[in-house]
Design a protein. Structure first.
Length: 166
């Protein structure tokens, strides 16, 4: 009996003294692993506005006030230039050479001229946890095309970058 009590006490002490092996972020992210649940897009392609083209549009300004993708765009463009990521032509899907990539970037300007992003994604719905998960397959930056009065007229496609999921 003394042995059982000693073991119980030791187990209780160990559980209090030694932290769990659980990662600190595991309680924050209760999503199931990707690809769990039902595939509801295979894939979906859509554009997201990341820079307000109309400074008088207060609603759009409010929606985008916490949006800054410059770090991501610099990282992706840098990886494309350095050959870590491959870039493909938006129109015919041929892999672009370094000189073609440089010409596109020269024509469009830096990340300050990016106005939207086109995503190609797969979406997964987990009905048991009511979670929607997205897996980005590719990304393309849209550069602003401005009129003479500096108003945004539209967006010019840059190149498609597969994010290792193709």
């Amino acid at each position: 009996m003394k042995k059982a009590n000693a073991l119980l006490l030791l187990a209780l002490f160990a559980s209090l003294a030694f932290p769990s092996c659980e990662s600190p972020n595991s309680k924050k992210n209760n999503l199931t692993p990707l690809n769990k649940g039902v595939t509801i897009t295979n894939p979906i392609t859509y554009e997201v506005l990341i820079k307000n083209p109309d400074i008088d549009d207060e609603w759009q300004s409010k929606c985008l006030e916490n949006t800054d993708v410059k770090l991501m765009s610099r990282d992706i463009i840098g990886a494309v230039i350095n050959g870590k990521l491959k870039a493909f032509d938006y129109y015919d899907n041929h892999q672009l050479s370094k000189s073609e990539i440089e010409a596109i970037l020269k024509k469009n300007g830096d990340e300050n001229h990016i106005g939207n992003i086109q995503f190609k994604e797969e979406w997964y719905w987990d009905k048991s946890s009511f979670q929607l998960q997205k897996k980005v397959k590719s990304i393309m930056f849209g550069y602003e095309i401005r009129e003479e009065n500096n108003k945004v007229r539209g967006y010019r496609a840059s190149f498609v970058v597969n994010l290792g999921n193709e």
